[in-house]
Design a protein around this ligand. Structure first.
Ligand SMILES: [Mn+2]
Length: 197
């Protein structure tokens, strides 16, 4: 099996994003964006996904966080699509129900090659640390478009917005890890009757 790694650089007039991803990692990470809370979230995603990930992101912070956050989602999605290649032998589907104190996050994912995104979570706060909570939607939407996956995220309860966001990034890390894991009984086949994903 070829190594499931990707290295992507994307430079625009708004942002400069460089990502190195190893799907079969051990949770090694170096997350470097201008937003401490986003770094914390990507830290959790990587650790619970057992990926190895390096993110270097800079850009137009004088405007706001939007471009950088969305563009990291784009490049991270592209990195998973590139690292998985033809997706031979993967489990394809992943799901996780993750409790985080008073919060429960449910995530389901299908590496189908098609984009679909469903996000059900209401944040009571506009910002946590230096990250606008509305951008959690834009981050995962951009990720799903560029990874070409169906992604479903639902958060129930939630007195504490920090807990809600932690639950989302941890549960998504675990669900994507499950979907990318090799299915021992189907390791030389594309998990689709179409023979292509
Ligand atoms: Mn935390």
């Amino acid at each position: 099996m070829t190594q499931r790694k990707a290295q992507i650089k994307r430079n625009t007039t708004e942002t400069k994003i460089a990502i190195v991803l190893n799907i079969d990692g051990s949770g090694e990470r170096e997350i470097n964006s201008p937003f401490g809370f986003l770094n914390h979230m990507l830290d959790l995603f990587t650790k619970h996904g057992l990926f190895d990930l390096t993110v270097k992101a800079t850009g137009d912070t004088y405007i706001d966080e939007h471009h950088i956050v969305e563009d990291i989602g784009i490049v991270l999605g592209e990195s998973f699509a590139k690292a998985l290649g033809d997706k031979k032998g993967i489990s394809r589907y992943g799901f996780f129900i993750l409790p985080m104190d008073e919060v429960v996050a449910t995530v389901a994912v299908d590496f189908s090659g098609r984009y679909a995104f469903n996000f059900r979570c209401i944040f009571s706060r506009e910002k946590v640390g230096d990250l606008s909570t509305e951008l959690v939607y834009d981050f995962w939407d951009a990720f799903a478009q560029n990874a070409k996956i169906n992604l479903f995220i639902k958060v129930e309860n939630g007195r504490n917005t920090h807990h809600q966001m932690e639950a989302i990034f941890k549960a998504t890390g675990r669900a994507i890890r499950m979907a990318c894991d090799i299915d021992k009984r189907e390791k030389n086949q594309i998990p689709s009757t179409k023979g292509k994903l």
